[in-house]
Each structure stands twice: as C-alpha cells, then as structure tokens.
Write a protein that binds this ligand. Structure first.
Ligand code: 5GP
Ligand code: ZN
Length: 113
C-alpha cells in the first residue's frame, strides 16, 4: 500500500486531474488515455482488485458505479460509454488498487483485446 500510485493520488502526493471526489471515491483522468474520455474511478480504500473485495464493500462498489453514471452525464458520454475493471495481470491490471476505467467519446469494439 505504501508504494501504491493511486493511494498517492488520493493523498495528493501525486498530482492528477481530478474530476470528482467524495468521502469514499475519487475520479481522475487517465494519464495515458485510450479514448477521448478516459476516467479512472477509484475507491479511497486500498482494495487491490475486485476479487479481493469483501462482502462489506458492497455499498462502496455500488457507489463507484453511480459515480460513473453521474460522470458519464457530466462529460456528455451518457449514451455510449464502457465501464471496465482489469482484475489481475492476465487481464491487463497494472496498478494494484481497485479502479474502473470509464471510456467514451469513440466507437467501442467487442470483444475487447
Ligand atoms: P490498469 O492497467 O491497472 O487496468 O490501469 C491502470 C491505469 O492507470 C492505466 O490506464 C494507466 O494509464 C493509469 N495510470 C498509471 N499511473 C498513473 C498516474 O500516475 N496518473 C494517472 N492519472 N493515471 C495513471
Ligand atoms: Zn492504493
């Protein structure tokens, strides 16, 4: 946790372009955007990945989706956006602090790579 980039963003040690913050979550622009809109939605609590979340995290997990819902509206991508979490190295996870990518502003393909 001490070396966690997202914990450092949450504490303000590392600067980021914050779009939303509240008591339990923060959302900021991805430093390497994969779409015109690419926001990371992150709980303040250090949970390594979705698979490591606990039963007591149910409200927090639901809250992250509502932050995504509200941001999609604010950012004008409500009609078409993708919300995704990469769980584990094999799925592309590089930062071990739970986060959802919200991507929008371009045509999405399926299946993702
Ligand atoms: P993952 O690969 O774990 O699903 O996603 C991690 C994301 O964090 C990547 O899309 C990467 O670009 C982003 N990222 C890594 N370091 C930083 C940083 O210092 N600031 C911001 N804003 N994004 C970061
Ligand atoms: Zn962390």
């Amino acid at each position: 946790m001490g070396d966690c980039i997202f914990c450092k963003i949450i504490s303000g040690q590392i600067k980021s372009q914050i779009l939303h913050q509240d008591d339990t979550a923060i959302a900021f622009k991805d430093i390497n955007p994969q779409a015109p809109t690419h926001v990371l939605i992150v709980p303040r609590k250090h949970i390594p990945c979705l698979a490591a979340s606990g039963d007591g995290d149910e409200l927090l997990l639901g809250h992250l989706q509502h932050v995504a819902r509200d941001l999609a509206r604010t950012l004008g991508v409500e009609a078409a956006f993708r919300l995704v979490t990469n769980n584990g190295r094999g799925a592309g996870q590089t930062v071990d602090h739970l986060h959802y990518h919200m991507l929008g502003g371009r045509r999405m393909t399926w299946p993702p790579g």
